[in-house]
Design a protein around this ligand. Structure first.
Ligand SMILES: Cc1cc2nc3c(=O)[nH]c(=O)nc-3n(C[C@H](O)[C@H](O)[C@H](O)COP(=O)(O)OP(=O)(O)OC[C@H]3O[C@@H](n4cnc5c(N)ncnc54)[C@H](O)[C@@H]3O)c2cc1C
Length: 385
């Protein structure tokens, strides 16, 4: 079988790796990527145990241990008074409870690890291959690229992100909705920061905004994400620079290390947050969707990439059962629809929880704290076996 995966993001590469691992040479996998060069943005990612378990299962354990930092805990604090609201114990506790580590990784390192593994497994990525249109009949699928060339495949997986061309071909045009929030991102070299600054992973919450920081690359860099309500969306791109002074003004008066981190950042990138409501189905015939193309979500559960990685494992497992491809795709989406819709909804809820006045959010964090790790069992302990 010849399978074309559209998009070489984390989801597309994870799917290619999973399928080559499970099905070997029974499936020829070709990944088509619009970008001329394969590179991920200079930003970091939290990889929860539901995702690391999957990646360990396809031979990426050693690579992940080399590129990841495992935080002992993540704290949630109110910006006002730096009051501790909630602690999420991770480290060994995460491995014991959920069977995989919670890791902070640089996106480029994860992307490179997936790509290397795919090449080891005999997969192929074609760059400069932007999909323009896709059509299918009983015999197969035809992909028309923007350069005018055609690719024939038996089946297609659309892993082409938030503004997916494949999704539009299947379900018609519908615009992602702007959440009303802007995420600012920066990676700060730790050597620029004052010695002794407390940099343990923390989510700082406040009225209409929140700020997240955690170390990556063995603590040599600090990743920061700052989310602010109520701005105009502006340009959507991982490489749209924002004005650092605007970011500094939005967090003026917030506790240390926030001012120090903003001050030490070279550039702050500005990313308007979009999402879409859950779809009732992802597959039509020989074509299906995966990752942000299927279920984009705001980043407030740190689950977009993790859910794409789960999709990849579920898809490969259903393909490995054999039978008609259309049926395998329907079983795959049936495995995934309810869970990804739940994560989408939880991500949206967190957006407002993090931005509520303390009087309202404190009891909610206290209730979550009383549940302890059990609060996250459904998420970190769930997903493909
Ligand atoms: C600020 C922020 C922080 C985040 N933090 C986390 C986190 O901590 N943990 C987590 O799990 N998730 C996080 N996410 C979410 C995560 O980044 C995404 O959900 C994830 O990258 C989606 O992967 P994907 O492969 O589905 O899509 P993408 O990464 O968007 O990849 C799609 C690929 O398809 C290609 N493409 C698009 N159109 C075409 C076409 N027509 N033809 C060919 N190729 C095409 C693109 O060039 C791209 O390479 C965060 C997101 C944001 C915005």
């Amino acid at each position: 079988m010849k399978l074309a995966i559209v998009g070489a993001g984390i989801g597309g590469l994870a799917a290619a790796v999973e399928i080559r691992t499970r099905l070997g040479d029974a499936v020829e996998v070709m990944v088509l990527e619009r970008a001329e060069r394969l590179e991920e943005a200079g930003a970091a990612l939290q990889l929860s145990p539901n995702a690391t378990r999957v990646l360990f299962g396809v031979g990426l354990g050693e690579a992940l241990q080399a590129i990841g930092s495992a935080p002992e805990r993540i704290e949630i604090r109110a910006a006002a008074g730096a009051r501790l609201l909630y602690t999420n114990p991770l480290g060994e506790a995460a491995v014991r409870r959920w069977g995989g580590p919670y890791l902070h990784v640089h996106r480029a390192d994860l992307h490179a690890a997936l790509l290397n593994r795919l090449i080891e497994l005999g997969g192929e990525v074609r760059t400069g291959a932007a999909l323009g249109a896709v059509s299918q009949d009983a015999a197969g699928v035809t992909l028309l690229l923007e350069d005018g060339s055609m690719v024939a495949a038996d089946a297609v997986v659309g892993a082409d992100g938030l503004r997916s061309t494949v999704r539009q071909a299947l379900f018609g045009p519908d615009k992602p909705r702007f959440s009303g929030q802007i995420a600012w991102r920066a990676l700060v070299p730790a050597e620029r920061l004052p010695e002794g600054l407390k940099l343990s992973p923390t989510v700082w919450t406040g009225l209409g905004r929140h700020f997240v920081h955690y170390p990556v690359r063995r603590g040599t860099q600090i990743n920061l994400i700052a989310v602010v309500d109520g701005a105009e969306p502006g340009e959507e791109s991982w490489r749209a620079k924002g004005d650092r002074a605007v970011l500094a003004a939005a967090f003026a008066g917030w506790p240390s290390p926030i001012p120090e981190l903003i001050q030490a950042a070279d550039d702050a990138w500005r990313w308007p947050i979009y999402d879409r409501p859950p779809l009732p189905r992802w597959s039509v015939g020989r074509i299906t969707l995966l990752g942000d193309a299927a279920h984009p979500m705001p980043p407030y559960m740190a689950q977009g990439a993790a859910q794409a990685i789960e999709d990849a494992a579920a898809l490969a497992a259903r393909l490995a059962e054999g039978g008609a491809i259309e049926h395998a795709f329907r079983r795959y989406e049936a495995d995934r629809l309810a869970r990804t819709a739940r994560v989408q909804a939880a991500s949206r809820r967190n957006a407002s929880l993090f931005h509520l006045p303390g009087l309202l959010s404190r009891p909610m964090f206290a209730a979550a704290g009383r549940l302890g790790l059990a609060n996250l069992d459904w998420l970190y302990g769930g997903g493909p076996a």
